[in-house]
Write a protein that binds this ligand. Structure first.
Ligand SMILES: Nc1nc2c(c(=O)[nH]1)N[C@H]1C(S)=C(S)[C@@H](COP(=O)(O)OP(=O)(O)OC[C@H]3O[C@@H](n4cnc5c(=O)[nH]c(N)nc54)[C@H](O)[C@@H]3O)O[C@H]1N2
Ligand SMILES: Nc1nc2c(c(=O)[nH]1)N[C@H]1C(S)=C(S)[C@@H](COP(=O)(O)OP(=O)(O)OC[C@H]3O[C@@H](n4cnc5c(=O)[nH]c(N)nc54)[C@H](O)[C@@H]3O)O[C@H]1N2
Ligand code: SF4
Ligand SMILES: [Mo]
Length: 902
């Protein structure tokens, strides 16, 4: 078995600091940090053109999430630790047997936008060119596939024309379905800085919720969920009716627009009807249309509010048409901008990671493209037709037609709609292989074969961000235990299937060079993705690669690769005619509220967590912003259901049910509720949001409509609630609800139940683990406090009350570690007279400042973000919480605070 060569990092590292790329969102920030594990905080790379030194809170906490804590460190087969040879042999053997018996379409790979381009390239090559099936799909199906489909049908290629710079030079930015302040914080910071410098820059936020992003907006349109299509259709009609069409541009650079525009005019309603459909004021609707009509430099950013819809491709296409119609594309400061979610969602699209694509932007439907790819690879076969898209793939696993699945870098038991069905499909599948860095995810738990993958900091390769910028992720940590990078694992399996010579890559640079060659191979300018300029790059070039935007055709006189900032500057598109193509729009209806399910569930992200929390969940700081799963509701809806903030409630749909805390949010529309997507069965008893969501997809892209699920909400009655901390694993008392948080060496559970606890039995079990014990018990489960310790060190702390117990987390965690603290003091759980942190959310994660402290500063006279920063330090480090501080300022200042200069 080949070993992985140790990287010589001297070339890529100017000092002892490594320059790499953040592994979270598609902004793709450059990060520098020390090569020693957990040595220091990551710092934004000042030279990286995505962030110029800025960082958000998730990036700044990266050092808290790397390491061996919770890692999958050894290969496992059927629950037993084994060596790599045996595990890889088993994967190859199971693949081969399944293919021989049932054909290549009986096997599938489900991969991820969190793989590096090199990993992705070999996974796609193996499936499409060697196994001969296109059954490889990716979690980007849930995320970007709608944007891909819209780009392909309108532009003829999956090509994002814009750069972040265009946002800074625009005069109008429209954010369609994007909560950028939390999800792409550094791009948001760049926009905020541009607005501060040029207050005339207008920002429109189109989102049913008043999010943190909306705090910066000149105009927020809280449209009824799912009515973007009517809103944008109306915009196009307005532009045509008011004479804002760029006829010369359309004539030269677009096709089929006459008939499509004619249809738009024919079906266009008057503005009042559109405003009524979208449920916004006529005045605001007009303002939006007028701003768009009159602002040449307009960028339209769109994200999951648009993509995750059963009519996403039409919505996204309409956004593209709004720019074509006005000729506002390919110029500085204007264009449509599909912003990518995952760090390498774009890279995955380049290598053909979706089941309906070939590598290097080629099409499965094209015989010529299939021949190009097969000839280039010299592969024994090539897939003939598109494979199963994510939802269909798991349906086929459920039905038993797919009998082998290899899941890499994604957690579908949590993130796919109808998640319970996904779980049961996987538990019935004859072979489930999972490559992951963590040992205990909801998906890893179902694997027959577990492969320990290298994580961020340990792996080496490239990623492409939202603006087509390819950056290096560089390794700076040793591979722990038996962990290996994904590309290596895949190539080892390919070798065992008999394809050694075509997967004989010694390092990621070798894969990248092949990827570059394929992008240019027989590419006569008809394929947007072309990095032919990088063919033949040396290992040194690869190690020293500076971030560069594709297409990359040339080097400059210093030998640096030349970026392409903007696409379609010449009005030439990648369709056969070279013209952008308009398509008919079908205005169908999305799911509406249904009798028994009177609320519309919207789902999405919170600021400090990344997806299923396998990494961000390790950081105590990041878990403080929101530490339990929740459903946000409008105060009037809460009143009608007699629900209080902080109370537990069940949220149910025909698909399933969750138990979460109720949280009041007056920025929601009445009847709409919001749940975050992050909690899994590893973090809470029943809070997998996707157990509620139906697998309704856009018919063209196959992307699920995650944002609109009719649900009902009921209060959950509990008799007791408890906070339980322990430093050794102990059995939990019986409960109706639990939520877990990692607190460094300690585990914390919030528990609640309605049934009477068998306290005696529970205490007996726990006491066995402790040699010292103190307790206060008021009886009848009204109030109880326990502290247990072993060999002079506290191991257990519990507070149980009828209501949620009050405690002081920071004090207690410090006190627990301090040998001077008495058992009596610990029982209290806080210093006498201390402020409680119950109910006050952490706003500033970097400096650990909660809402109470900020509100206090505001009530004492602070009237600006800067002043709050001076008084409390909130918002002075990464800046991710500034929108929330601004929101608090508006709230408290509306009580007419006196202005005091700080
Ligand atoms: N903190 C954090 N950041 C992340 C991630 C994370 O997990 N955590 N994940 C990354 C990934 S993979 C992705 S894809 C991106 C997603 O980034 P975003 O798309 O910005 O995030 P979401 O929260 O999914 O949804 C965006 C907004 O769509 C709104 N919305 C819902 N329904 C509608 C509708 O009908 N119309 C409109 N116009 N809006 C609607 C929601 O209210 C929500 O505010 O975030 C990336 N960044
Ligand atoms: N209801 C609802 N559901 C949604 C969404 C929504 O808005 N609403 N959004 C959807 C979207 S846009 C997305 S992108 C998905 C995200 O959903 P997932 O992709 O399922 O979420 P992650 O937690 O990012 O899963 C990544 C997994 O890969 C592991 N991992 C990390 N790095 C590596 C690596 O280098 N190699 C390997 N092999 N493993 C690694 C992590 O430990 C983790 O288990 O969720 C989707 N689901
Ligand atoms: S915005 Fe934050 S999460 Fe996204 S790449 Fe930059 S530092 Fe990472
Ligand atoms: Mo995503």
């Amino acid at each position: 078995m080949r070993n992985i060569p140790v990287q010589d990092l001297s070339a890529s590292v100017s000092s002892s600091r490594v320059h790499t790329t953040c592994p979270y969102c598609g902004v793709g920030c450059g990060v520098t940090l020390s090569r020693q594990r957990n040595q220091d905080m990551p710092i934004g790379d000042e030279d990286h053109p995505a962030n110029f030194g800025r960082m958000c809170v998730k990036g700044s906490a990266l050092h808290e999430t790397i390491g061996v804590n919770g890692r999958l460190l050894h290969p496992e087969v059927d629950g037993k630790q084994t060596d790599w040879n045996s595990a890889l042999d088993r994967v190859a053997q199971r693949l081969q047997e399944t293919i021989e018996k049932y054909g290549p379409d009986a096997v599938a790979f489900y991969v991820s936008g969190q793989l590096l381009t090199e990993d992705y390239y070999v996974a796609n090559k193996l499936m499409k060119g060697y196994i001969g099936s296109a059954n490889i799909d990716t979690n980007s199906r849930l995320c970007m596939s709608t944007a891909v489909a819209a780009h392909k049908r309108v532009f003829g290629a999956d090509a994002v024309p814009t750069s972040y710079e265009d946002l800074e030079s625009a005069d109008l930015i429209i954010l369609y379905g994007s909560n950028m302040a939390w999800t792409h914080p550094v791009v948001y910071q760049r926009i905020a800085a541009a607005k501060a410098a040029r207050p005339e820059l207008k920002i429109v936020v189109i989102d049913p919720r008043r999010t943190s992003t909306a705090e910066l907006a000149d105009l927020h349109l809280p449209i009824k969920p799912g009515t973007d299509i009517e809103l944008i259709d109306g915009l196009l009609a307005y532009l045509i009716n008011e004479g804002h069409e760029d006829s010369a541009y359309l004539k030269k650079h677009a096709e089929d627009y006459e008939s499509v525009c004619q249809q738009i005019i024919e079906r266009s309603s008057n503005l009042s009807d559109i405003a009524e459909t979208c449920d916004i004021s006529l005045e605001n609707l007009k303002r939006f249309y007028q701003w768009f009509a009159n602002t040449e430099k307009t960028v339209s950013v769109f994200s999951q509010g648009i993509n995750q819809s059963s009519r996403g491709v039409d919505q996204a296409s309409l956004i593209l048409y709004s720019h074509l119609l006005t000729g506002r594309i390919g110029q500085e400061g204007s264009g449509p901008f599909s912003i990518t979610g995952q760090p390498n969602a774009m890279g995955g699209r380049e290598v053909g990671g979706l089941a309906n694509q070939l590598a290097a932007h080629m099409n499965i439907e094209s015989e010529a493209h299939k021949e190009i790819v097969q000839t280039f690879w010299g592969s024994p076969t090539i897939c003939q037709s598109p494979g199963a898209k994510a939802i269909d793939m798991f349906r086929q696993i459920e039905e038993g037609t797919i009998k082998f699945v290899w899941i890499m870098a994604t957690n579908p038991v949590v993130s796919l709609p109808e998640a319970e069905r996904v779980k049961s499909a996987l538990s019935r599948c004859p072979t489930v292989v999972v490559s992951d860095c963590m040992a205990e995810t909801d998906t890893v738990r179902l694997a027959h074969i577990k492969l320990p993958a290298a994580g961020w900091g340990e792996k080496d390769g490239t990623v492409t961000n939202s603006e087509r910028r390819i950056s290096r992720q560089r390794s700076f940590l040793d591979l722990p235990a038996e962990v290996k990078p994904d590309w290596w694992i895949i190539c080892q399996v390919a070798e065992r299937l008999g394809f050694a010579s075509d997967f004989n890559f010694a390092k990621p640079a070798d894969i990248f060079r092949e990827h570059a060659r394929l992008s240019a191979y027989k590419n006569k300018g008809d394929r947007a993705f072309n990095i032919g300029g990088m063919i033949g790059m040396s290992d040194m070039d690869y190690d020293q690669l500076k971030p560069v935007q594709w297409p990359v055709i040339d080097r400059d006189s210093d030998g640096n690769f030349v970026s392409t900032k903007r696409l379609f500057t010449d009005g030439l598109f990648y369709t056969p005619s070279g013209k952008a193509k308009f398509h008919d729009v079908v205005l169908d209806t999305s799911p509406r509220r249904q009798g028994a399910f009177p609320f519309m569930l919207n789902t999405g992200r919170i600021r400090d967590q990344w997806h299923t929390m396998t990494r961000t969940g390790l950081s105590r700081r990041l878990q403080k912003h929101y530490s339990e799963p929740f459903v946000e509701m409008h105060p009037d809806d809460m009143k009608a259901l007699e629900l209080q903030s902080g109370q537990l409630a069940s949220v149910s749909s025909p698909q399933g049910s969750c138990t979460v805390r109720v949280s009041e949010h007056d920025g929601l529309r009445k009847g709409d509720v919001f749940m975050p997507i992050h909690w899994s069965d590893s973090f809470a008893s029943a809070a997998r949001t996707d157990t509620l969501v139906a697998a309704i997809c856009d018919p063209i892209s196959g992307q699920p409509a995650f944002k609109q699920t009719p649900v009902e909400i009921k209060s959950v009655k509990v008799r007791w609630q408890a906070i339980l901390l322990f430093s050794i694993r102990l059995p939990l008392p019986g409960n109706d609800y639990w939520a877990y948080r990692a607190l460094g060496d300690w585990h914390m559970y919030i528990l609640a139940g309605n049934a009477r606890l068998d306290i005696k039995q529970m205490k007996k079990q726990w006491r066995k683990q402790c040699d010292q014990w103190a307790e206060v018990d008021a009886g009848d489960q009204a109030m109880m406090r326990l502290v247990g310790s072993r060999q002079g060190r506290p191991t257990l702390w519990m507070a149980l009350h009828e209501e949620m117990p009050q405690w002081n987390e920071d004090w207690l965690l410090d006190a627990i570690k301090n040998p001077e603290t008495s058992m009596r003091a610990l029982l209290l759980g806080m210093p006498l007279g201390a402020r409680l942190n119950k109910g006050s959310a952490q706003i500033c994660t970097c400096n650990q400042v909660d809402e109470d402290r900020i509100t206090e500063a505001i009530s004492k006279g602070c009237s600006t973000v800067e002043c709050v920063g001076k008084k409390t330090r909130a918002g002075t480090t990464c800046g991710s919480c500034i929108p929330e501080i601004r929101k608090l300022l508006t709230r408290v200042n509306s009580d007419e605070q006196e202005e005091v200069l700080c």
